[in-house]
Structure formats: structure tokens, C-alpha cells
Design a protein around this ligand. Structure first.
Ligand SMILES: Nc1ncnc2c1ncn2[C@@H]1O[C@H](COP(=O)(O)OP(=O)(O)OP(=O)(O)O)[C@@H](O)[C@H]1O
Ligand SMILES: [Mg+2]
Length: 413
């Protein structure tokens, strides 16, 4: 009788009601490889269910006999990679699933066959730190985006303590992103009580987010455009200024998501200035975010509050560390609180910095002009440019993909 493959669950999904879970199957003939790959993915959110399959019978097909196909297959091929990959090539296209291949053997032939079998990426061993996690997280987010149809890039800026500089950074970051003209960007002020972003850009919005939220059921993306203020750079702003305070319990998370979905139809990037509080509104936005920029300054109370906030993000909101960007604003290298100390307290690195620049920041606020227009070459503008580059993918962070790897291998780089 044929031996059964060994299928075991690594992580139990949260019992909290959530969107449909994302299932990953890691399959290999090597138990050690399964353990290593499983631990490489230990930082995935709880909504992700990971199963391991130790292949120990005559079948090479890692999906053989499964009742339900996973959303993603991570296939670690061994010495018999040819037979293993060919078994997947033999599958009808409709019964294949998105796949990543991990292999001890990085020769071009193995990569070619992986591509033929439909692999999205190929990882030669040893794996680089965090490399697999980044790609898996990206695929997970793509699948979540498809479900929630929030198909845009969402960056959230939040301060760890009042006055850290979140609004200044959100505004100038959004302006930098919009200024290269490559993408349509909206800056959203979610500080529904004390929002004041339009001062940074000298805008005088007639309507804003509060009115948009009240009417969201009746809006389409064209009508919503009438609620956005326009800056000469092309940046649009959904402002929170108005005579009326809006309390967070007056807004449902479904209303907010509906508004974001409408914005996402016409814009490739949303930058949100989020007030420092954890409620239904802020958690809804944080959960959807591609990146969370957490701002603080060098001070004991900033450090203490930032440590608590980053813990809440990790533990309660399941935001993996690689989606969090920590920015020390008004950075002073002679401060007794060094970057190494910030990294240690927050258990996070790297730490990005934005310098203190009273002169240009005051000028920017007094004239309602973004920093790029006031002082393009000033260190503060450069630092914000660096942050915007980090946000849109950075250099060397994204995987070059299977085709790129194959190309390098053939070229012998
Ligand atoms: N790098 C900097 N150099 C000089 N001044 C700065 C810098 N960053 C922020 N400021 C100033 O510090 C003040 C607070 O900044 P900002 O309003 O952006 O903080 P915030 O974190 O959004 O605060 P709030 O808790 O009120 O929302 C503002 O007057 C701003 O212009
Ligand atoms: Mg603010």
C-alpha cells in the first residue's frame, strides 16, 4: 500500500471573524527544509494558514490528492528537481496554484523548468534574510487586494506622540510622490477632529472627508473628485477642515473602506495622516496599509510611547515589521538618545531620520508651500525624498523575479 504524505498544520488561524484566510502549502521531501521555510515565514499575519507537506511516497506532485488547493505553494525541490517540476508541468493549467520554488540547485535549467511549471519566483539556497517573507507577503497582499478591491498603494503616517511631525512628513511625502508626475496621489487627513493639512499647502477646501463620508453611499469616483482640493503639483487632498468635529464612532469602518475604494479607482497612491489613537477607524486603515510610517523624536517619552505603539501594531494588529518604517524626526546626532538605542527599544531597524530645520519648515508653513518648493536641496527635503523612495520600493529591496534571476544566471553575473 502506498504511504500517505504527512500533512500537518503549523499555525492555527485566529478564531476572530475575518476575511477569508490565505492558505500556504510548503512541500518538500526534506523535513529540515520544511522546518527552515516554516520559520522563515513565522512573521506572517495570523490570518495566514501555513501547512507543511513532507512528501515521502512515490508521487512527485506536491498537490497530489489534496481536497482543497492552497492559495500559494512553496515547493522546495531536491535532487530530483526535474521529476518534481515536471509533475507540476503535467497538471492542467486550471488545477495549478501560484507557486514559489526553492532549490539547492540554482542552475538555469531548474529555473527554466520552474517557469514552465508556472512559478512566480525562484529562490536558490541559502535564502537571503527576509527575502522569501517579502515575496510571500507581497503575494498575500495582492490576493487580499483582489478580495477587498482596494487596489492602490496605501501609506499611513502616524506619530508615536503628539507633535512628532507626522503631518509635516505625510504632507511632504505625498507632495514628493506626486511631484514626479508618475502617479496620481491623494493625501487624506484622517485627523477628523484637529486635522489641518491644508495649511501646509495653502489650500482652502470647501468640502472634505467629513462630507464625503456622510455621502459616501451616493458617490461615485467622479463625484468624489469634487471633494478633493487640488495643489498645483497635481497632489489632491481630502481635507479634514470644517466647522464640525466628527467623532470616530460616527463613522463606520465600512463607510471608510468604501471611500478608500472609490479613491483607489482613480489614484495609485493614498497617503494618510492618521491621528494617534487605536479605534475602529485607525485599525481599519492600519490593517489595509502597505506601509506604516511611525514618527517620533529623540526623547524618553517619545521612545516609551513609540515602543508601546509598535508593540500594539505587531501583537494586536498583526502588522509585520517589514511594513513598518520608523522615522526619527528632528534628528540630532549629538542627542544622548542614539539611533542604536531607538532601534534597541523598538526592536526594529533600520531607523530613518529627518533632520531638524526650523528655518525651512517655518518658511514652508508661513507660505503654505511644500519643502520641495522652498528648499529642494536642503537636507530635510533630501531626507523626505529618501523616504519617498523607500516607500515606492527602494533600491534592491524588491526581488528581480524569476525572469531576471534566470537572465543574470545565463549572463553569469
Ligand atoms: N523636522 C522638523 N524641523 C523643524 N520643525 C518641525 C520638523 N518636523 C515638524 N516640525 C514642526 O513641529 C510642529 C509639529 O509638527 P506636526 O504638526 O507635523 O506634528 P504631528 O505629529 O502631526 O502633531 P499632532 O499631534 O498635532 O498631529 C509643527 O509646527 C511642525 O512644523
Ligand atoms: Mg498631525
Amino acid at each position: 500500500m502506498m504511504k500517505q504524505n504527512f500533512l500537518y498544520e503549523v499555525k492555527t488561524p485566529s478564531s476572530a471573524p475575518s476575511a477569508r484566510e490565505f492558505s500556504i502549502l510548503i512541500a518538500s521531501r526534506s523535513a529540515d527544509a520544511l522546518t527552515q521555510l516554516k520559520s522563515a515565514l513565522s512573521l506572517m499575519p495570523v490570518g495566514v494558514k501555513i501547512n507543511c507537506r513532507l512528501i515521502s511516497n512515490g508521487h512527485s506532485d506536491p498537490l497530489h490528492g489534496l481536497e482543497k488547493l492552497p492559495d500559494l505553494l512553496i515547493f522546495r525541490v531536491g535532487e530530483c528537481w526535474q521529476a518534481e517540476l515536471e509533475s507540476l508541468c503535467a497538471r492542467p493549467v486550471e488545477s495549478r496554484v501560484p507557486m514559489l520554488v526553492v532549490s539547492a540547485d540554482a542552475q538555469a535549467q531548474a529555473m527554466r523548468l520552474s517557469m514552465k511549471a508556472g512559478a512566480r519566483d525562484f529562490f536558490p539556497e541559502p535564502l537571503e534574510d527576509g527575502e522569501l517573507l517579502r515575496v510571500v507577503d507581497q503575494l498575500y497582499r495582492e490576493s487580499k487586494d483582489q478580495q477587498s478591491t482596494l487596489n492602490t498603494h496605501l501609506t499611513v503616517v502616524m506619530n508615536a506622540k503628539g507633535g512628532s511631525g507626522a503631518s509635516l512628513i505625510a504632507t511632504n511625502l505625498a507632495h514628493q510622490l506626486a511631484s514626479d508626475g508618475q502617479r496620481k496621489v491623494v493625501l487624506v487627513d484622517l485627523d477628523l477632529q484637529f486635522g489641518s493639512l491644508s495649511h501646509y499647502l495653502d489650500l482652502n477646501p470647501q468640502r472634505g472627508i467629513k462630507q464625503a463620508l456622510e455621502n459616501v453611499e451616493d458617490l461615485d469616483s467622479l463625484a468624489l473628485d469634487g471633494y478633493l482640493a487640488r495643489h498645483v503639483s497635481g497632489l489632491k487632498v481630502l481635507s479634514a477642515e470644517s466647522d464640525r468635529l466628527l467623532l470616530s464612532d460616527e463613522v463606520s469602518s465600512e463607510q471608510l473602506l468604501q471611500l478608500f475604494r472609490l479613491l483607489a479607482k482613480d489614484h495609485q497612491h493614498l497617503v494618510v495622516d492618521l491621528p494617534r489613537q487605536i479605534d475602529l477607524i485607525t485599525t481599519t486603515v492600519l490593517e489595509q496599509a502597505d506601509q506604516v510610517v511611525l514618527t517620533l523624536q529623540q526623547g524618553i517619552t517619545y521612545l516609551r510611547d513609540a515602543t508601546r505603539l509598535i508593540e500594539v501594531m505587531r501583537r494586536d494588529l498583526d502588522i509585520p515589521d517589514h511594513r513598518i518604517l520608523v522615522v526619527v524626526n528632528r534628528y540630532d546626532k549629538s542627542s544622548p538618545i542614539t539611533l542604536a538605542e531607538v532601534a534597541k527599544a523598538l526592536k526594529h531597524q533600520p531607523i530613518l531620520t529627518v533632520p531638524n530645520d526650523f528655518k525651512h519648515v517655518s518658511e514652508s508653513l508661513n507660505n503654505g508651500m511644500p519643502l520641495l518648493e522652498i528648499a529642494r536641496r536642503a537636507p530635510i527635503s533630501r531626507a523626505l525624498h529618501g523616504l519617498s523612495e523607500e516607500i515606492v520600493g527602494g533600491k534592491g529591496k524588491t526581488s528581480s523575479g524569476l525572469l531576471g534571476k534566470l537572465f543574470h544566471l545565463v549572463k553569469g553575473d
